[in-house]
Design a protein around this ligand. Structure first.
Ligand code: KIV
Ligand code: ZN
Length: 389
């Protein structure tokens, strides 16, 4: 059975770049956009063109250099935003306008001082106007996560009638539980006229740490696009992390889902985004954190040295990490010490290892981590070096 293809919509340069302190200049954005294109993302959301002349220029320049991906610009549901976005995308091989409006009670009442009926009219008008510039129009129902499903279905129907090609269902505030978000997607699939002709998209925020789980729940219920960012950066607690959803789909063949992503580039592009934005991921970040393939307890180290799969569910090479690392600490056992000593040139016999191990533990108790230079020093202190020269 052929796998179902899931489109990866990267919004690192729009939702990700909105983060305070993560602002990038056009040159930096061009470098990242080129790498995203090599990575194999299907859509690059390059910016919010009306927001500033700098953002307009970035979207325009990115449109010129991207070879494969669709290039997308964000707008609100008004004519000026849409016109400016269309202008910024005019050099793109595959342009997409991403327009939309808030649909939850609080957005309708407090943000727009409007009525549900008028919001539907504005959604229809915005998509129709965007269609006068480009064929590919994505509609977002902001705060769909807290929007009543029946009303959301009516909004989606209006957007489809106006010609939307993709319907984005954002959990803007990161509030939904995975089964709630999945049920919402299923409800739309079952209750929106014309839904079979469009792609449903998951755009999940991470306020409760559920952005990745929610996006996967959406896909399991029939959505076929995920909006995500490298390293999960984005407003507040961030967006769904691209590297996480891609590796979940790769490591779970039973989901029967596939993407176009060249996963071996994931670690490199994560570092590029960290360096460009000056925003490091935590060491225990899934897939791309420094400790994602590092083993430090004796029991785990022994297991990994005997067979990597004992404690690793992914091959580090699949995400561009050269190898698993065995970190030497006071929790390490003999197997780890022998392994790392061999790595730096000392093949220890069992007797030598038994003699050295208590000395290693004393040394390790004084340090957070025993590094290669410490191993050499340990050998010298204990005169064991004589045995190896
Ligand atoms: O989180 C959100 O609702 C958004 C939309 C503007 C797509 O980022
Ligand atoms: Zn968002």
């Amino acid at each position: 059975m052929s796998k179902n293809q899931v489109q990866i919509f990267d919004t690192t340069l729009r939702d990700g770049e909105q983060v305070p302190g993560c602002k990038l200049n056009t040159e930096q954005k061009l470098v990242i956009a080129k790498q995203l294109d090599f990575l194999g993302v299907d859509v690059i959301e390059a910016g919010f063109p009306v927001s500033s002349p700098g953002d307009f220029k970035s979207v325009q320049e990115i449109s010129k250099i991207v070879k494969n991906a669709t290039v997308c610009g964000l707008t609100r549901a008004n004519e000026n935003d849409i016109k400016v976005a269309a202008d910024s995308l005019k050099y793109a091989k595959r342009p997409r306008i991403h327009t939309g409006i808030g649909t939850s009670d609080s957005h309708i009442k407090f943000k727009f001082n409007s009525t549900p009926k008028k919001i539907i009219e504005r959604a229809y008008e915005a998509v129709s106007y965007a269609k006068s510039f480009v064929e590919d129009v994505e509609f977002y129902a902001e705060d769909a996560g807290r929007t009543d499903n029946e009303y959301l279905a009516r909004v989606c129907e209006a957007a489809i009638k106006a010609g939307a090609t993709v319907l984005n269902i954002p959990d803007t505030t990161g509030y939904c539980l995975p089964d709630e978000y999945g049920t919402k997607i299923k409800y739309l699939r079952d209750n929106v006229k014309g839904i079979e002709n469009v792609i449903l998209s998951c755009h999940c925020h991470n306020d409760l740490g559920l952005a990745t789980a929610n996006a996967i729940a959406g896909i399991q219920n029939g959505a076929r696009q995920i909006e995500c960012t490298i390293n999960g950066i984005g407003e507040r607690a961030g967006n769904t992390a691209l590297e996480e959803v891609v590796m979940i789909m790769k490591q779970h063949p039973n989901l029967n889902l596939d993407t176009n992503i060249n996963t071996q580039m994931l670690f490199g592009i994560s570092k590029l985004v960290q360096d460009s934005m000056g925003m490091n991921v935590q060491a225990n970040k899934a897939v791309v954190g420094d400790n994602a393939f590092a083993h430090s307890s004796g029991i785990h180290q022994d297991g990994v040295i005997k067979n990597r799969e004992t404690y690793e569910i992914m091959d580090p090479a699949d995400v561009g990490v050269t190898e698993s690392s065995i970190i030497l600490t006071a929790r390490s056992g003999r197997a780890a010490l022998a392994y790392r000593a061999k790595d730096v040139g000392y093949e220890l016999t069992k007797m030598q290892l038994d003699a050295l191990y208590p000395e290693f533990l004393k040394y390790a108790d004084m340090k957070k981590e025993v590094k290669n230079e410490d191993i050499h020093q340990l050998m010298e202190i204990n005169n064991t070096l004589l045995y190896f020269s």
